[in-house]
Design a protein around this ligand. Structure first.
Ligand code: GLY
Ligand code: MN
Ligand code: MN
Length: 519
């Protein structure tokens, strides 16, 4: 029979009246000096203006999202939704539950939501009023006074638990936005809901979306879910062309990522010696991602030997062996949340075997063809078309591809080469690793490359150890090379060029890092 003691209802010791009276006393006042403006804030107004122009006269709701439970009572580290970060300039750790609202203004002020509710007039149907733009407002949970139990008793938001939060004035100073307490948001969303079309970025903050849907229902607002999808699409397309700040941040992300790769490669001998070397590489890179930036931009892929042929190998549980290649696909996300996305496939002992070099050089040739195709005015798909042709040609020359190159490249009749490279060559990159993912086909896959776009070029060839169509000496070799490319006015710039790609340069770089000992 169990002798277990009954469990306490929770872990918190009740606070005595004496404690509650004592805790707010004898603290220095909060600093009067306001924090400086966020570097991104100089650019966010223009981004919001572009959204405003796309939806005249409509209320636009862009949530940051809530804290997400990892397990039980522990949360993941907070990372705001990308559209929110893009439009507010808020990055690392800010700001759980916050919501950006772009409130429409009209030439006739009596048509605003507040006035509609207060006056009950009949001008709110938009007839005869001209939208004149939007006023941006940030709703968030400002820090509670020390007299509030939140200060000491709230493990999710309390200052004693998670650190000092901003006041309304401080957040305004940082972002340049008018700021309001989150508690005021329901009233702001309710005002004029039956007259002003409201759109929200759905699937970010379920409680807020449910609240808005409920308001729509109870106020008999006809609602087509497409209106919300259109907002997400526009916000995604807005990020297709990066501004000066974004390009600077992406260069920083690439440079920081190069530092991380270098540290990992330098540690190859330790990774081999310690066992579970893939995990060691992941850990060393994570250290630098957290040290230099906010985090990794996505789960690092550290895939040694045949694991390289699993495209999203993030288990990273394998050993690193002398003689193996390790494919590492990793990116630092900087504090402003822009990320790099770089892949290098490196010989663990510093030297490619002839078979490894053969596959590596083929992938490099494909990548170079893709990079050469990445020019302003070219189609986004031209990059893949150029790279995949080179992949198919090599596969055919090696006797692997069972049909003619042209047959395989025929999308309807062929596609055989995809057995060895099933993924695309490029995607947009930015504040999300797969940035602009909601953009319409005609602006993305079928779109035209323009100055300010940042894309990856990342072909690969993957020969699984079990693939009997492949010559025995090539089985188990997987290679991807991925770089981040800025389209410029007259061509393209490789943002990730601090890491070598050429196989001789890779070996020289590794010799330098590993010294004479090798791995
Ligand atoms: N790291 C994911 C990708 O390359 O798309
Ligand atoms: Mn990528
Ligand atoms: Mn990648």
């Amino acid at each position: 029979m169990s002798t277990q003691q009954p469990r306490l209802p929770n872990r918190q010791t009740p606070f005595s009246e004496a404690f509650v009276a004592f805790i707010p006393t004898d603290w220095e006042p909060y600093a009067e000096e306001l924090p400086g403006r966020l570097p991104a804030a100089e650019f966010t107004e223009a981004r919001r203006d572009a959204v405003s122009a796309a939806f005249p006269g409509e209320r636009l709701v862009v949530p940051a999202g809530p804290l997400k439970v990892r397990s039980n009572d522990t949360d993941y580290r907070f990372r705001p939704h990308s559209a929110f970060a893009h439009l507010t300039g808020l990055g690392t750790d800010r700001e759980p539950d916050a919501v950006l609202v772009l409130e429409p203004s009209f030439a006739d002020a009596s048509a605003t939501g507040d006035d509609i509710d207060a006056g009950g007039d009949d001008q709110g149907d938009g007839a005869g009023v001209e939208p004149t733009g939007h006023t941006a407002a940030l709703y968030f949970k400002p820090r509670a006074p020390r007299t509030d139990p939140e200060f000491y008793a709230d493990a999710r938001y309390g200052e004693m638990w998670v650190g000092q939060r901003e006041s309304l004035e401080e957040m305004t100073a940082m972002t340049g936005l008018a700021c309001h307490p989150l508690a005021d948001l329901p009233a702001a969303l309710t005002a004029g809901i039956d007259r002003v079309e409201t759109r929200i970025v759905r699937d970010v903050d379920d409680r807020l979306t449910t609240l808005l849907d409920e308001l729509r229902r109870t106020n008999d607002v006809a609602f087509d879910p497409c209106v919300d999808v259109e907002l997400a699409t526009t916000l995604s397309e807005l990020r297709l062309i990066k501004d000066e700040f974004e390009i600077e941040q992406m260069q920083l992300a690439c440079d920081d990522t190069a530092v991380g790769f270098e540290a990992v490669a330098r540690d190859f001998p330790t990774a081999v010696a310690n066992g579970r070397g893939e995990r060691w590489c992941e850990g060393v890179f994570s250290l630098h991602a957290r040290h230099r930036g906010n985090d990794v931009g996505y789960g690092s892929i550290c895939a040694s030997g045949d694991h390289a042929n699993t495209l999203h190998w993030i288990r990273n549980e394998g050993d690193l062996a002398d003689g193996d290649l390790i494919l590492m696909d990793m990116g630092v996300e900087v504090d402003s949340l822009y990320t790099a996305d770089i892949t290098r496939t490196l010989p663990v002992n510093g030297c490619f075997t002839p078979a490894q070099r053969k596959v590596y050089e083929a992938v490099l040739a494909a990548q170079q063809a893709g990079i050469d195709a990445a020019r302003p005015g070219a189609k986004f798909s031209d990059v893949h078309t150029a790279a995949i042709r080179v992949v198919a040609e090599h596969l055919r020359a090696w006797g692997v591809l069972p049909v003619e190159v042209e047959t395989s490249l025929d999308q309807l009749a062929g596609g055989h080469h995809r057995r060895w490279m099933v993924h695309g060559t490029s995607h947009h990159l930015g504040i999300d690793v797969h940035d602009c993912a909601q953009a319409r086909q005609e602006y993305y896959r079928e779109g035209t490359l323009r100055p300010g776009m940042v894309i990856t070029v990342e072909p690969g060839i993957y020969f699984k150890a079990t693939d009997i169509l492949v010559p025995a000496e090539l089985r188990g070799i997987g290679v991807r090379i991925e770089d981040d490319i800025l389209i410029t006015e007259d061509g393209a710039r490789i943002l990730s060029d601090k890491l070598p790609r050429d196989p001789d340069a890779v070996e020289a770089w590794l010799a330098d890092l590993l010294g004479s000992t090798g791995a």
